[in-house]
Structures are given as structure tokens and as C-alpha cells.
Write a protein that binds this ligand. Structure first.
Ligand code: ZN
Length: 244
């Protein structure tokens, strides 16, 4: 079984389509939340995701469009784009987002947007945060998104003590799953923030027990032109070109 692992599409249809084309046939899509927010195509992205066999959990931007989070906690640009996304979404797509669970367990994998401890909001950026979070899920592995940056945190045992180590995944090397417990972030499809504007995703191969990271170019200018046409904050359009 081949799974497409992705997160933070953020209403970026061109990036999402490029990822699907690049990934090729998969048995299921696992989406780690924030399908909407920021970008110009909320309905098209929700509907494209719904057209695949998939699992999806809720992210903070999904909840914000539903009024489940206080938008005052967002920066002004994110708030403005989120309100615009809210106005665009059909009742059916809002109902779909409203039904998304906060976490899911699929076999050996827990899925959470931010972290298993605080699924909607917590960012796993630091090794210390990751280490604490290993106590908050029961499966060997956990997929998270939210930071928009690909990352792997491994819980290694050395001389009886558990130690968490962070690494930036390389595109050239497969991640082998049998060695240690891990928290794995595939990066962001629709708004990467690691300085590389290419859409980020991962492929989980359950026979080989591997995770393979990928980046793919997409027509950023098309997404930016739509954002400008809809009067979305210029800064949000420009940042797509920088991968930040
Ligand atoms: Zn996000």
C-alpha cells in the first residue's frame, strides 16, 4: 500500500494538483489538516481532496473558517484571507470541514495537525517539544504538519535513556521506519516555509516500511495572480515565491 502524506494545502489548487500528478497512483491520501486558509481556491481544494480515498484531520485554519477559533489569534493577513475563505466555502464543504476529527489512528500511525498533545495549535519546532509529545501518542509513529517545514524527530534509546533527535529529511534518502519511534512532518503543499517554494509531500510505503520525501514545482504565478485578482493580502501572494 502506497500512501500520499500531505499537509497545509491552504487553498492552493495549483500546488495540490502538482503534488497529485507527481505522486502518481496511491491507495490513499492522508491529509494532516489546513486544507483551506491563505490561498484563492478553498472549494476546489476541498473537492479535489474529497475525490480521493482519503483520511483528513482538522487544522487551525480549517477551524477558523468554521468560527471554531477566535480569528483575533491570527495575524491580520491570515485573518483577512481566512474570512475570505469562509465566505467562499459552500455549505457542503463547510460541513465536510466541520466533521473532521482532531486526531486519527491508522495502524501504526497517529495523525495530528500540530502535535498529538495539542492537535490544533501546538507547533513541533523544537526537539524538547517533540520529546514531550512522544508521551502523548501510543503508536510507533506520528505524522504532523502545521509548521510548513519538513522535519523528522526520532526517539532513540542509548544506554537505557531515551533521547530525541531532530533532522531535516533529505530528498535523496529513504526514511526507514523500523528503527525508532518518530514524529514525521511532510512539510507544506500550499505554503512552504523552509526557503524552497516547491510543494512538499511524502510517500509512505507500507510494504517497504519507508517514507520518501518529495518536492515539486508548480505554477506559483498562477496562484499569485488569482490571489491578487481576489484582493487577498499581497504579502501572502509574494511569500509563495520565496517559500516562506
Ligand atoms: Zn498551516
Amino acid at each position: 500500500m502506497r500512501y500520499l502524506i500531505l499537509s497545509d494545502i491552504h487553498s492552493n489548487f495549483e500546488a495540490f494538483q502538482a503534488v497529485l500528478d507527481d505522486a502518481g497512483p496511491v491507495d490513499q491520501v492522508w491529509c494532516l489538516g489546513d486544507v483551506v486558509g491563505y490561498g484563492p481556491d478553498p472549494n476546489a481544494c476541498v473537492e479535489l481532496l474529497r475525490s480521493f480515498p482519503h483520511r483528513c484531520i482538522a487544522g487551525n485554519h480549517d477551524w477558523a473558517t468554521l468560527g471554531k477559533l477566535d480569528l483575533r489569534d491570527f495575524n491580520p493577513d491570515a485573518r483577512e484571507a481566512n474570512l475570505w475563505n469562509r465566505e467562499q466555502l459552500t455549505a457542503d464543504n463547510l460541513a465536510y470541514l466541520d466533521a473532521l476529527p482532531e486526531t486519527l489512528v491508522e495502524g501504526a500511525f497517529t495523525l495530528a495537525h500540530g502535535s498529538p498533545r495539542h492537535p490544533i495549535w501546538e507547533y513541533i519546532i523544537y526537539t524538547s517539544t517533540a520529546e514531550t509529545n512522544f508521551d502523548h501518542f501510543d503508536t510507533p509513529f506520528c505524522f504532523v504538519g502545521h509548521t510548513h517545514t519538513p522535519a523528522i524527530f526520532r526517539l532513540n534509546k542509548s544506554s537505557g535513556k531515551e533521547m530525541c533527535q531532530a533532522s531535516t529529511p533529505s530528498l535523496a534518502n529513504l526514511v526507514h521506519l523500523e528503527t525508532a519511534r518518530m514524529i514525521i512532518n511532510p512539510g507544506s503543499v500550499g505554503q512552504p516555509r523552509d526557503g524552497d517554494p516547491k510543494a512538499s509531500y511524502a510517500i509512505l510505503d507500507l510494504e517497504a516500511l519507508t517514507v520518501e520525501y518529495h518536492r515539486v514545482t508548480y505554477p506559483v504565478e498562477e496562484t499569485q495572480a488569482k490571489m491578487i485578482k481576489h484582493d487577498l493580502p499581497l504579502r501572502l501572494a509574494l511569500r509563495l515565491g520565496y517559500g516562506w
